[in-house]
Structures are given as C-alpha cells and as structure tokens.
Design a protein. Structure first.
Length: 294
C-alpha cells in the first residue's frame, strides 16, 4: 500500500504523459461560478480538472487556469464527447474537440474521453478514429473512454488492432490511457478494473463519495472518527489506496480544501477491506450494462 501519496502524485499514462491522481470535477458547476471555483481549486493545489462538452462549462472552467496564476503546462484538463446536439460520430468528435479548443483557449487538451458507449458500434469506432487522428495532429495528448462495459472495451481493443493493420502498425490505432466510471465502496466494478489494470489503463472514479448518500454509514463513520477525518476524506483516501483516480466536486471553498487534505493519514489494509463491499449500487447512470448495438 502506497504511503507516499501527495497532492502532486501522478499516474504515468500509456500515452507517456502523467495525470495527477486527484481530480477536480465540474459537473453541474454553475457557469457564473466555474472560473472562480477552478481558480480556488488550483490555488489550493489541485492540478487536474475534469470537464465535458455536455457540462457546458468547459470554457469557464479552463479560464480558472490563467486566473489562478498556475502555468497551463502544470494543469491536466479533460473534456469529453459527445453532447446532445452533436451525437457520437467521427465528424462530431472532430467538431467538439475544435469547439473545446476554442472555448478553453488551452492550445491542447490533456485528455479527451468518449463520455459513454451510446451511439452504436460504428459511431463508437468513428469517434475513436477521430481521437486517434486528433492526437496525431497534436490537439489532444491522451484519449480514453467513460462508462464502457467490458464488452465495449473488448470491441474497442479489437478495433484498435484493426486500425493498426490498416494504418501501418503498432500505435497507429491509438492507445487507451484512461477509463472513467462511477467507482466507490458500493460499486467496485472488479471486472472492468481488472481489464484496465491488466493494460495499465488509469481508472478514474466519479461519484467517489456517492453524492453524500452514504454519509452516516457505521463503518465509514467509525473509521472517520478514529482518524479525525471527515467521511468524505475516508472515501477519497480509500479510492486513492485502491489505485483509482478520484474526481471530487464541490462549489464550497471549505470542502474544496478539505477534499484535498488526504495525505497526512493512511487507512490500514484492514480498513480498506472493511469499507469495500460486493454491492452493485450505482448512484448515477450506468451505461456499462447496455448492449453493443445501443
């Protein structure tokens, strides 16, 4: 178990780039607050912002980077495709990345994820091919997927091999660097996590504190009291020690700070196991279960 995590700890991605192991999410962060909130998070020490085309706040969130005084090169910025008006396809992926570059004014995007598998096999493949080409063009550094089931991941892996054969060999089909899922003690997704671990794909965990729905859980509460930490901090530390990259969101300055204070304590292996369940209890959507044709 790693005892030497810090707020600067990073995951070395298959793309060769590094991604900070704690991310700051901006899902449902109001437009008029996003710049200030991201600025505060960066000034506290976060270096990883998780946005999406569908959140409609990527430009305002990215504006927090120059406002914070932190160099752009030190911040890992993620967006995702598609969004409602631009459903998943090759063309819409290219279009949305261009829009993201225009809105964020960042020069390049550190990570672009396919937000979900919805759209069917051909559109998933088209979107991936677009991302591969955007990496080659220098507009995107790392690529990955979100909310894919193992069957979707297997399909993508086969398509990458097909692209390599068509486009000239290893690496020409792109590399999966990151996968993002709802992951927490009540939804550990062992099949998906193993698939990723076997391939050194970073597992980002959204809803890592279950939207507060599990606060008061006797085991979490007891461990929090023992360590003198909040229940949210216990769940986030659990996520880090399990090897995930938790994405935590808040618009409350005190909580933004508290959620970053995870590095002056450690859960024992017994505590990590005690918190872990075999439940399958999503608190958000769950596209992982959808058939390939959907």
């Amino acid at each position: 178990m790693a005892t030497n995590f810090t707020l600067q700890s990073a995951f070395k991605l298959n793309s060769g780039f590094s991604m900070p192991r704690l991310g700051f999410g901006v899902y449902q962060t109001p437009l008029d607050q996003a710049t200030e909130i991201c600025k505060q998070a960066l000034q506290i020490g976060y270096r990883h912002i998780d946005s999406a085309s569908a959140y409609r706040n990527q430009g305002q969130s990215a504006a927090g980077i120059p406002a914070s005084g932190v160099p752009r090169s030190e911040v890992f910025f993620t967006t995702k495709v598609p969004k409602t008006k631009f459903p998943l396809s090759y063309e819409n992926t290219v279009k949305l990345v261009e829009i993201a570059l225009e809105e964020t004014k960042l020069g390049y995007l550190d990570l672009v994820l396919i937000h979900s598998p919805y759209g069917g096999s051909e559109n998933r493949k088209g979107a991936w091919r677009a991302l591969v080409e955007l990496v080659e063009a220098g507009k995107v550094r790392s690529i990955g997927v979100s909310n894919y089931g193992v069957h979707h991941l297997d399909e993508l892996e086969q398509y990458i091999k097909q692209l390599e054969a068509e486009r000239g060999g290893p690496g020409k089909g792109g590399v999966i660097s990151v996968g993002q899922w709802e992951v927490h003690p009540w939804l550990t997704r062992p099949d998906i996590v193993k698939w990723c671990n076997d391939r050194n794909i970073a597992v980002q965990a959204y809803c890592p504190i279950v939207r507060g729905q599990r606060f008061g859980d006797p085991k979490i509460k007891a461990i929090a009291e023992k360590h003198g930490k909040s229940e949210a901090q216990i769940m986030l530390r659990w996520s880090l020690q399990r090897g995930y990259v938790p994405l935590i969101k808040s618009v409350t300055p005190s909580r933004i700070l508290e959620n970053s204070q995870l590095y002056d304590f450690e859960l024992t292996e017994e505590e990590v196991q005690e918190i872990t369940t075999t439940d399958y209890s999503p608190c958000a959507w769950d596209p992982t279960v959808e058939p390939l044709e959907k």
